[in-house]
Design a protein around this ligand. Structure first.
Ligand SMILES: [Zn+2]
Ligand SMILES: [Zn+2]
Length: 83
């Protein structure tokens, strides 16, 4: 039984961001790891999503764009050190 049609269709799917496989073995497990490990509350707005006193010209937090959540893996490594 040829499986070429099925293979071609699978290749069009996006790979799972957690495990890297286009055919995710455990989507629930991967989704949990994505939501629990890579995302966290925004430090600048404490998860509220609003700029508040941080930036009077902006309504929403410029770091998280109002979502209140930031992708931890995408955060810049360099942090400002207050001496
Ligand atoms: Zn996966
Ligand atoms: Zn924020």
């Amino acid at each position: 039984m040829p499986a070429s049609v099925q293979t071609a269709r699978i290749s069009l799917q996006r790979a799972c961001p957690a495990c890297g496989h286009s055919r995710c073995a455990d989507p629930v497990e991967c989704l949990l790891s994505l939501t629990s490990c890579l995302w966290g509350d925004c430090d600048d707005c404490a998860g509220s999503g609003f700029a508040g006193d941080l930036d009077p010209l902006a309504i929403f937090c410029r770091v998280c764009s109002g979502s209140g959540r930031v992708e931890i893996s995408a955060r810049p490594v360099v942090t400002a050190v207050a001496a």
